[in-house]
Write a protein that binds this ligand. Structure first.
Ligand SMILES: Nc1ncnc2c1ncn2[C@@H]1O[C@H](COP(=O)(O)OP(=O)(O)OP(=O)(O)O)[C@@H](O)[C@H]1O
Length: 359
């Protein structure tokens, strides 16, 4: 390889996100020189449009300085790889990765996180579905402004999911009245998620985000087991009681071999909408301590903001209301980090096999 191309490789080695395996970007990027043009081709196997854009913006100038070339041609794309699900379950037809969002206790912002994560994965270049399996309080219809709607079933066999803000959506809340959902118990409750998953015609999806019911009891566990999950994201507040429940949850998921990929700390501090003052209402540093203790990454921290509650109640999540805003950017960073982590920790299913099995 010529000296200028060697220099490009060296630049790529030092330019990738810290949590990617050393040298991955450099080995994955194809370089070619044609006349006065350096061509860089990179296809990311996980959601990450933001990474690609940032690389292009940050590297264009230094790359031009390295070569005999005077122009650059970037060929950048996201093409998500299917990863083997845990628990020995077969891949769900058409769905490459299933990501469950769980919490040790209710009210910590699990649904808020699941919804914004799903929208953020879509913003990062993936095709995404959202399955609201929170049968004790399905909040997705409200939070996506879909109250009163129902999926239809053109073939009388499977439901056609609703489409909202670029993602496909199905929720237990579309199908049963609230008063019935809360009294579901035992096997009927734990079967509901599997049924909803299989009886929805999702088409092809890179990621399906599943909002599990809060808590980490038998129902949540058997729900997670019925779904060919790629990984679980746990949401918590920094409060001690919430953290205690996360520990229980992790122990349970570990027992059945479903990997928890990371933690999100929600409501990390209250930011006053009038003066901007920060106040740690639920204590400080809880998520970081727990993450260190459990050797799990703390993938994101989100403040408690009046605007978040208002936006979710109005059915217009921050990702839609203010796609360039700080919160939306936070969720997109979470989506990128999580997608990369899933990929690097997971086992890729060879394309031929995936296509065959997905077909
Ligand atoms: N960061 C935040 N700032 C302000 N309000 C928030 C934040 N995150 C969530 N909320 C609000 O807190 C309430 C509970 O959130 P959410 O329904 O997402 O929690 P959950 O853990 O899924 O609850 P459940 O146990 O009922 O399923 C909602 O009204 C939501 O809008």
């Amino acid at each position: 390889m010529s000296a200028p191309l060697e220099a490009v490789r060296t630049l790529l080695v030092t330019s990738q996100p810290d949590d990617w395996p050393h040298g991955w970007l450099a080995s994955r990027t194809q370089l070619a020189v044609e006349g006065d043009t350096l061509q860089l081709s990179l296809t990311l196997p996980f959601a990450g449009d933001g990474v690609l854009q940032a690389l292009q913006a940050r590297l264009s100038e230094p790359l031009l300085a390295l070569g005999p070339w005077t122009r650059l041609r970037w060929q950048l794309a996201v093409q998500v790889t299917a990863l083997a699900p845990t628990g020995g379950l077969p891949l769900q037809s058409g769905i490459k990765n299933i990501l469950a969002v769980a919490s040790g206790k209710g009210g910590v912002g699990k649904s808020t996180t699941a919804i914004n994560l799903a929208l953020a994965l879509a913003a990062e270049g993936a095709s995404v579905g959202l399955l609201d399996g929170d049968l004790y309080g399905p909040s997705v219809p409200l939070m996506l402004g879909l109250v009163g709607q129902r999926p239809d079933s053109p073939d009388g066999q499977r439901m056609r999911p609703l489409s909202r803000y670029g993602i496909k959506v199905n929720s237990i809340g579309f199908l049963v009245p609230d008063s019935e959902a809360v009294i579901w118990r035992g096997p009927m409750a734990s079967k509901a998620l599997g049924q909803l998953l299989h009886e929805t015609d999702w088409g092809s999806l890179d990621y399906l985000v599943v909002d599990l019911p809060p808590g980490t009891g038998d129902i949540q566990l058997s729900m997670a087991q019925q779904v060919p999950t790629t990984g679980v994201l746990m949401v918590t507040t920094p409060q001690d009681v919430a953290l205690l429940d996360v520990r229980k949850g992790l122990a349970m998921f570990a027992k059945v071999g479903v990997p928890v990929v990371g933690l999100v700390e929600n409501m990390s501090y209250h930011r006053c909408s009038a003066c901007g003052h920060h106040e740690p209402l639920f204590g400080e540093g809880g998520g970081a301590r727990l993450a260190a203790e459990l050797d799990l990454p703390l993938l994101a921290q989100f403040p408690l903001l009046l605007g978040v509650r208002q936006a979710m109640d109005a059915g217009v999540p921050p990702l839609v209301a203010e796609p360039e805003g700080e919160l939306a950017q936070g969720y997109r960073a979470l989506a990128r980090g999580l997608a990369a982590r899933l990929y690097f920790q997971g086992k890729a299913i060879p394309e031929s096999l995936a296509v065959h099995r997905l077909g």
